[in-house]
Design a protein around this ligand. Structure first.
Ligand code: FAD
Ligand code: UDP
Length: 407
């Protein structure tokens, strides 16, 4: 029986106590990709009864989207560009949505002009102010790059490929703003997310499949959880349910340090403030995303309409201002570096000894994962759970009130 989450139980309201009981096999904390994919598989393939609880008032976790007052479909928690190389993950999600295929094009604005980003041959031509070639670019990078054999951090990961001047132009200050620390204090994998190319491929990603759910993420999630074996409870912290629950298995997708009452201290997360502006025009900027590495407080402006393909006389732009994570905002990004990974390992050790609890998803595993990686993780967890629990039945009784909102 799981116990960790009970440590920080909050008193449940009287309204909740006046509740009808719900039997379930799995109590799933978090209605993001991790929780919804796991529930969908368990419910539809194995006939298990699942309750998904989320303290936010919508399904979809950070990938939630919604239509604003003028009808523009906006990504509430920053742009969520779906992409994957996995045919299995693509086919799995395709059961719940049609797709709008997108070529994600991103630019950088610095020194008073737009630049091709990620850096490629077109960027080098912009710098030189003349035509160039792959061969010349290769030669220039060989001159500029720092001689570092095994990059130990994000600064070294970039300067060992393209040298200091380009690092300073495109990465140094963006990274400091985004993470509140220098690139040299972050794992190499953070800045390595961005490809550096010798050709003219202007796309932000290299993945085989790049598309957005045609009618939005919310519709896709709704289809996933619309099943007689799945109940979704929104606007409730799972600890409020636990006080009145006796549950067989918990799937936890929230922050792992919070689950364990921060007993080893807080894991650092980075948060964001979003500033929305709606304009009566077709488009505000030339690409779905413009990065502002240097002269501005925000890191990027996203105009998601470029990617959703909506035909509407309005547009909405969103400026992203990175900020420290506090109790008043969302823990959006785990901060990957050696010290934080070591602290996470201490929590992971505790997690491994929790009985009947699985920790999956970006926050519960403290990984800077994309959506497809989280879908993959949830599918793997489902396969693991069904093979080890075959034949077992451990129903839970959970009380919820009429006042609680159901998706
Ligand atoms: P989440 O979506 O965070 O869901 C976890 C849920 O658990 C949350 O809704 C939370 O409210 C709930 N929860 C936590 N604790 C409790 C509790 N105590 N009780 C009840 N509920 C609780 N990925 C891409 O592939 N492409 C992108 O372009 C992309 N862009 C991104 C942009 C931003 C700004 C951010 C922050 C992330 C981006 N991602 C992107 C990553 C993507 O958001 C994640 O990979 C994915 O959403 C993780 O899903 P999840 O289910 O693990 O977590
Ligand atoms: N980055 C940068 N300059 C940019 C874009 C990205 O320095 O113009 C660095 C920065 O550290 C960022 C990381 O690369 O956090 C990963 O970028 P990505 O666009 O993948 O960030 P995400 O969309 O996950 O916020």
């Amino acid at each position: 029986m799981f116990s960790g989450g009970c440590r920080a139980c909050r008193a449940v309201s009287n309204e909740l106590l006046l509740a009808m009981p719900w039997n379930c096999d799995y109590l799933i904390v978090g209605a993001g990709f991790a929780g919804c994919v796991f529930a969908e598989r368990m419910a539809s393939q194995d006939g298990k009864r699942c309750i998904i609880v989320d303290r936010r008032n919508h399904i979809g976790g950070n990938s939630h989207d919604e239509f604003n007052s003028v009808g523009v479909l906006v990504h509430k928690y920053g742009p969520h560009y779906f992409r994957t190389n996995s045919t299995r993950i693509w086919e799995y999600l395709s059961q719940f949505t049609d797709w709008h295929h997108v070529h994600y094009r991103i630019l950088a604005w610095t020194g008073g002009r737009f630049w091709q980003f990620p850096i490629n041959l077109n960027t080098i031509e912009q710098m030189l102010g003349r035509e160039s070639s792959e061969e010349e670019m290769r030669g220039l990078l060989a001159q500029w790059r720092a001689n570092i054999k095994s990059p130990a951090n994000s600064e070294e990961a970039i300067v060992s490929q393209i040298g200091y001047p380009l690092f300073e132009q495109f990465y140094k200050n963006y990274t400091r703003k985004q993470w509140g620390c220098a690139a040299r204090d972050l794992a190499p994998s953070v800045c390595r997310r961005i490809p550096i190319r010798l050709n003219r491929n202007n796309g932000y990603f290299d993945d085989t499949y790049q598309a957005l759910p045609k009618q939005g993420y919310h519709r896709m999630f709704k289809r996933m959880v619309t099943h007689p074996n799945i109940r979704v409870i929104l606007g409730v912290d799972y600890r409020e349910l636990l006080a009145h629950a006796c549950c067989g298995h918990l799937i936890y997708t929230g922050p792992i340090d919070e689950y364990f009452g921060y007993c080893y201290g807080r894991l650092p997360y980075r948060s964001l403030r979003f500033e929305h502006e709606t304009l009566e025009c077709d488009f505000y900027q030339p690409a779905v995303q413009v990065n502002y590495p240097n002269e501005h407080d925000f890191t990027r402006i996203v105009e998601i309409k470029h990617a959703t393909g909506q035909a509407i006389p309005w547009t909405t732009i969103v400026r992203e201002f990175p900020q420290a994570h506090t109790s008043a905002n969302e823990p959006f990004y785990p901060v990957p570096n050696e010290a934080n990974n070591a602290l996470y390992e201490k929590y992971a050790h505790l997690a491994r000894s929790e009985k009947r609890v699985s920790f999956i998803g970006r926050l519960a595993t403290y990984r800077y994962y994309n959506m497809d990686q989280v879908v993959g993780m949830a599918l793997t967890e489902w396969e693991k759970a069904r093979s080890c629990c075959r034949g077992e039945s451990a129903p839970a009784v959970i009380s919820v009130s009429k006042g609680v909102q159901f998706a």
